[in-house]
Design a protein around this ligand. Structure first.
Ligand code: 13P
Ligand code: SF4
Length: 390
């Protein structure tokens, strides 16, 4: 086992990590958050954010993922799922600053897709993603060696979920693969199977499995699970050679909580309920749901639903609560009985947003997310392949 001692780093006390005041060298992102944040109790936060944004004018463009808090979403120029936000970041060359209200991998993608003169800012550097952290560059390079040893690397096309670090996106670009999001995973797999015979899908095993089996007509036996913590991924060369989909053993800690029991329970409590879930949920949950789709799909499904209809939604709680508020004529409930926010998405709160906007308005660039040139070039290749998917 690797210890902090082997890595020659002093472990960061958990309390400091949670406060976003220190760095975690093993994570995809550092989490040091410099500067003095306004107090959350400051009654003028909304007015301060408004004033700073007004002062910045067209120089700033604020992107907000659907899982962000309402207090932050109200300041977003555009809201969207990760696909729409990537498109929007690429389409705003006039904005000097892109303030990304989302998580680290999204801000990295925005930096990759924007021009060299634009600056991408993440209001709290502690807003990472546990799923993205489940695939490191070293682990993925090792996996490629295993595939090479098994004699199949030439037949494998990597498809990486947007929820991955820039390093993983660069690996994907370098090896002829594409990025996908939950709104275009099927198209990405169709494209990949035109390029090669097998797909290495990372880091979300659930999105990979659900798309392969539900949308592409593959069987569960066509899929194998590569565990980066086991020698050779815990698989034999024969298993790798027989597989069509090599799924990385990663998952979302929020969507992974929904279970078959949650579905059965809600159907019993609310007769006639429509169960609508995100494809990051486990396969058995997706199989038992009535509808499955990305956050953008979920929003559109609710918009189109008739008054009086009942919905149990399996995705992040900020979005579900917002949908319940926006559709008072429909019954909208959270699929699980326990509260399930994404803790890192929630790190971007009004004090961090005010601090970021006021700093920029004062001419101070803070919390810039910047991807190095080589990583950016290969990652861009993979992201542009995604944006060009039919
Ligand atoms: P989408 O935005 O692609 O629906 O993904 C959800 C998610 O988990 C983002 O972190
Ligand atoms: Fe990552 Fe899941 Fe949070 Fe999305 S919801 S940022 S995948 S942990």
């Amino acid at each position: 086992m690797t210890t902090a001692h082997d890595l020659d780093v002093t472990p960061t006390p958990l309390a400091l990590l949670l406060l976003g005041r220190e760095a975690d060298p093993k994570s995809e992102r550092g989490v040091d958050c410099p500067g003095d944040l306004p107090a959350p109790s400051d009654p003028d936060l909304v007015a301060r954010a408004r004033a700073a944004k007004e002062k910045l004018g067209d120089k700033v463009f604020v992107l907000g993922h659907h899982y962000q808090r309402d207090e932050v979403i109200q300041f977003a120029d555009v809201t969207g799922d990760s696909f729409k936000l990537a498109q929007q970041a690429a389409a705003r060359p006039e904005a000097e600053y892109i303030v990304f209200c989302g998580v680290h991998f999204m801000a990295e993608s925005a930096d990759i897709l924007t021009t060299d003169d634009q600056r991408v800012v993440l209001p709290d550097l502690a807003a990472g993603c546990s799923m993205a952290d489940m695939a490191t560059a070293e682990q993925v390079a090792e996996c490629w060696d295993v595939l090479t040893e098994a004699g199949i690397a030439d037949a494998v096309v990597p498809v990486s979920y947007m929820n991955s670090s820039a390093d993983i996106k660069a690996f994907t670009g370098k090896h002829g693969g594409t990025i996908c999001t939950s709104s275009n995973a099927k198209r990405a797999l169709e494209w990949a199977f035109e390029q090669g015979e097998k797909v290495l899908f990372l880091p979300d095993q659930h999105l990979g499995r659900n798309t392969a089996v539900r949308d592409m007509g593959m069987s569960l036996d066509d899929c194998v699970l590569y565990n980066p913590h086991k020698p050779n991924g815990g698989l034999t060369a024969e298993q790798l050679r027989d597989a069509k989909m090599i799924l990385w053993r990663g998952h979302c800690s929020v969507h992974g909580r929904f279970s078959l029991d949650s579905v059965n329970d809600v159907r019993e409590r609310i007769p006639g309920v429509n169960v609508l879930v995100h494809p990051e949920c486990k396969h058995e949950v997706v199989e038992s749901a009535d509808y499955v789709g990305s956050t953008e799909y979920i929003i559109k499904a609710l918009d189109a639903a008739p008054a009086g209809s009942k919905w149990a939604i399996g995705t992040e709680l900020n979005l579900v609560r917002r949908l319940a508020k926006q559709h008072p004529d429909k019954e909208v409930v959270f699929l699980d009985k326990t509260v399930c926010f994404c803790s890192t998405m929630n790190r971007i709160d009004l004090p961090h947003l005010v601090w970021a906007l006021e700093s920029l308005a004062d001419g101070k660039l803070i919390n810039q997310i910047s991807v190095d040139r080589e990583t950016e070039d290969f990652a861009k290749l993979a992201l542009e392949r995604m944006l060009a998917l039919p």
